[in-house]
Design a protein around this ligand. Structure first.
Ligand SMILES: Nc1ncnc2c1ncn2[C@@H]1O[C@H](COP(=O)(O)OP(=O)(O)OP(=O)(O)O)[C@@H](O)[C@H]1O
Ligand SMILES: [Mg+2]
Length: 237
């Protein structure tokens, strides 16, 4: 499935270029962080990769062959939860894979242990807090052992300790061998988690570099201005 080679990817509904010729290559390992201003096309890039939206142009080459039918999962900023127990919500992720019910429950319990929600397993999922919901959604995706996990602002609106917990889970998922592509507006988080940074602006990739180089020596003017705007105490480049 890797490398994933994205060439001249376009999405232009009604003639307006939301993705304006994205070129990007993703290798088989690590966590890639996608940064960029509001409206840059970050969420749309994830949606197209996930297969939720058909691009209007360009190609995505998935390693050895066609796009894998399974193996790509996406977690949204506001995950959808069913009005049922935490355990059932997690086990749900395995249903499309044809795993028998008892095995689904067993594996869901095991993953709930790993994310520290085992004691809430029988509670009604919609009662969970924002941070707990996000952990549940990560657990649901993790359970399916995806090759590629797409995360769209998984810690937006979480308090620092909830965000730290979600970051810990994301690291564990990576250690388990899942490739991660994640959007964030939190630059501190990008430096903590990201092996490399993709900087998007106006539907284009302006920069794709290792994290440290991105923050110390951004190559594009857009990235420099973006970092300066977010980190005003880092004005000297
Ligand atoms: N289905 C759609 N049809 C047409 N335009 C869309 C569609 N979805 C999103 N857009 C537009 O595409 C642009 C990019 O949206 P996107 O959600 O990818 O931005 P983003 O980089 O994720 O921004 P943010 O940081 O605010 O989440 C926006 O101007 C948005 O209004
Ligand atoms: Mg977005």
């Amino acid at each position: 499935m890797f490398p994933i080679q994205i060439r001249d990817l376009r999405f232009s509904p009604n003639g307006r270029a939301v993705l304006d010729g994205i070129d990007l290559e993703l290798g088989s390992e690590g966590i890639t962080l996608v940064l960029g201003p509001n409206g840059a096309g970050k969420s749309m890039l994830l949606r197209v990769l996930c297969g939720l939206v058909a691009p209007t142009g360009g190609t995505i080459a998935w390693g050895e062959g066609a796009r894998p039918e399974r193996g790509v999962m996406m977690v949204f900023q506001h995950p959808m939860l069913l009005r049922t127990s935490v355990l059932d919500n997690v086990a749900l992720g395995l249903k499309p894979l044809g795993v028998p019910a008892a095995e689904r429950q067993r594996r869901a319990r095991a993953v709930l242990e790993r994310i520290g929600l085992a004691h809430r397993a029988s509670e009604n999922a919609p009662r969970l807090s924002g941070g707990e919901r996000q952990r549940l959604a990560l657990a649901r995706a993790w359970l399916t052992r995806p090759r590629l996990l797409l995360l769209d602002e998984p810690t937006a609106s979480l308090d620092p300790s909830a965000a730290a917990e979600v970051e810990r889970i994301i690291r564990e998922i990576r250690t388990d061998g899942t490739r991660i592509l994640m959007v964030t507006h939190n630059l501190g988080q990008a430096t903590r988690l990201g092996d490399d940074i993709v900087f998007l602006a106006d539907g284009k990739v302006c920069e794709h570099t290792p994290t440290q180089r991105f923050f110390t020596r951004p190559q594009s003017t857009q990235a420099r201005l973006f970092i300066q705007g977010e980190l005003p105490w880092r004005m000297a480049f």
